[in-house]
Design a protein around this ligand. Structure first.
Ligand SMILES: NC(=O)c1ccc[n+]([C@@H]2O[C@H](COP(=O)([O-])OP(=O)(O)OC[C@H]3O[C@@H](n4cnc5c(N)ncnc54)[C@H](O)[C@@H]3O)[C@@H](O)[C@H]2O)c1
Length: 454
């Protein structure tokens, strides 16, 4: 099938590359010329495991452009996957979506096109996109003979760092549509994923337990709400275990055992019950804020979602409190941060806990040393005013430091030969912000081990 994907960010690029891998002809479009130039040279503008290999393998069916006239006419499916960042009032900023919809509408020209919204948008946005498409389509109508279209919603659930895996092996595909023809087109588009009939990439074998993928077909509003409900639920789970973690610290319980013993209950599930500095990234913060503001428009309060957000902010402040408890004075101390990306295996820094933690430490007069396996340069570019030392090597993070905080659980950090660094530190304090180091081992090596709850 001929497919156009508008927006080549974390979602759009993954979608385009995976659909090309499955055998569709895909044109990926972005207004950012630098991104498109990079993609045309065979390189990915984002760090995402396996993306480069699958992109190279699918190169014959994949092209990149900044020109809507190249990409939209003739496409059976046009995905819109542009950013929808938070405005100050918590509402998502829909200017990128509006502009993309206007441009798509001006260029639709096939027999029947399904315009699929993959961006996370407030409930009702698909109708709004439909009206924008229709206006710009009609304004440009004189230039074309045909062009029937319909809007569908297909929310995205991928996890950055495992984006290709989640796209090829999803738990479910949600499609919101009130047009049976759109549903038939999307069923055809996703058939190889739904039935798992494609040959898996060598770098990403099909999980052993993988069966057919359910397609959840709904009306437009339900599909839009499913996305927010799912993200808010995951955010609540993380904040819930963090709240329990703080209590565990006070009563002398081990939060990891508590999380394991709780999560093994099949009704609860163990995923997203990992205590630590809390969530970050482009989705949970923005989507919980949007859910609350949408609810407010209907005079509906969402106290559980609000509380999850408060607990998440508290976790970031708790890093400073833990260091204060141990060091007593932060002013003038050298503090190293291991990990800047909001999670391992991505270079995404949007709403990363590291940003707040670094800023709070600097505000208290600490001298901070930052390290990340892939996101260091991006952090420096995006935070030029932050007074920080960027470490090229892990030795530098420990060298003469009063404390080191593990902020992102990159495997490189978990597998460190920790014994090598203890002698470099002024005071060998380690704050394990993700509860992923072995406290007994670190203590044996001579570290003072601190965690978010212990
Ligand atoms: N990142 C995730 O893990 C994730 C997961 C699920 C859903 N989402 C949702 O998917 C959407 C996209 O997120 P993302 O992280 O991929 O964003 P992103 O910022 O990485 O990418 C968006 C891209 O769209 C391009 N763009 C903006 N306006 C455009 C226009 N008018 N025409 C063409 N290109 C345009 C930008 O240049 C950018 O490259 C958001 O709504 C987000 O909430 C993201």
């Amino acid at each position: 099938m001929r497919v156009c994907v508008v927006g080549t960010g974390y979602v759009g690029l993954t979608t385009g590359v995976c659909l090309a891998f499955l055998g569709h002809d895909v044109v990926c479009l972005d207004l950012d010329q630098a991104k498109i130039d990079l993609l045309n040279s065979g390189r990915s503008p984002i760090y995402e495991p396996h993306l480069d290999e699958i992109m190279a393998e699918s190169a014959d069916r994949l092209s990149f452009t900044t020109d809507y006239a190249d990409a939209v006419p003739g496409a059976e499916v046009v995905f819109i996957a542009v950013q929808t960042p938070s405005l100050a009032d918590g509402n998502p900023d829909l200017q990128f979506l509006r502009s993309a919809a206007e441009s798509v509408g001006r260029h639709i020209g096939g027999d029947f096109t399904v315009v699929v919204n993959k961006s996370t948008v407030p409930i009702g946005s698909s109708n709004w996109v439909d009206s924008i498409l229709r206006e710009s389509f009609e304004a440009a109508q004189a230039r074309r003979a045909n062009g029937e279209f319909s809007v569908a919603s297909n929310p995205e659930f991928l996890r950055e760092g495992a984006a290709i895996h989640d796209t090829l092996y999803p738990d479910r595909i949600v499609v919101g549509s009130d047009n049976p023809r759109s549903l038939e087109v999307l069923n055809r588009l996703y058939r190889a994923i739904l039935n798992q009939t494609f040959t898996p990439p060598t770098v990403l074998p099909r999980p052993g337990e993988m069966g057919a993928v359910p397609m959840v077909s709904t009306d437009l509003a339900s599909a839009e709400l499913i996305k927010y409900a799912a993200n808010a639920f995951l955010a609540i789970k993380i904040s819930y275990i963090n709240e329990i973690g703080l209590l565990a610290g006070k009563v002398g319980a081990d939060i990891l055992q508590v999380a394991r013993g709780t999560g093994l209950d099949a009704r609860i599930g163990s995923r997203f019950l990992q205590p630590g500095v809390g969530w970050g990234g482009s989705c949970f913060g923005k989507d919980t804020a949007a859910l609350i503001t949408t609810a407010a428009e209907y005079n509906h309060d969402m106290p559980i979602v609000k509380a999850a957000r408060e607990v998440n902010q508290l976790q970031r402040r708790m890093v400073i409190d833990r260091l204060l408890d141990e060091l007593r004075i932060i002013k003038g101390r050298k503090i190293g941060l291991l990990g800047l990306a909001f999670k391992p295996n991505t270079d995404d820094l949007r709403d990363a806990p590291s940003i707040d933690i670094a800023q709070m430490l600097v505000a208290r007069g600490a001298r901070i040393k930052l390290h990340d396996p892939v996101a260091g340069d991006r952090f420096r570019r995006e935070h030029p005013d932050l007074e920080a030392f960027y470490c090229a090597s892990i030795d530098e993070v420990f060298d003469d430091s009063d404390a080191v905080v593990l902020v992102t659980e990159w495997s490189q950090y978990l597998e460190l030969d920790w014994g090598k660094f203890v002698g470099l530190m002024r005071t060998p304090v380690v704050l394990d912000g993700r509860h992923c180091l072995d406290p007994a081992r670190l203590t044996r090596l001579g570290y003072k081990y601190l965690s978010m709850s212990r």
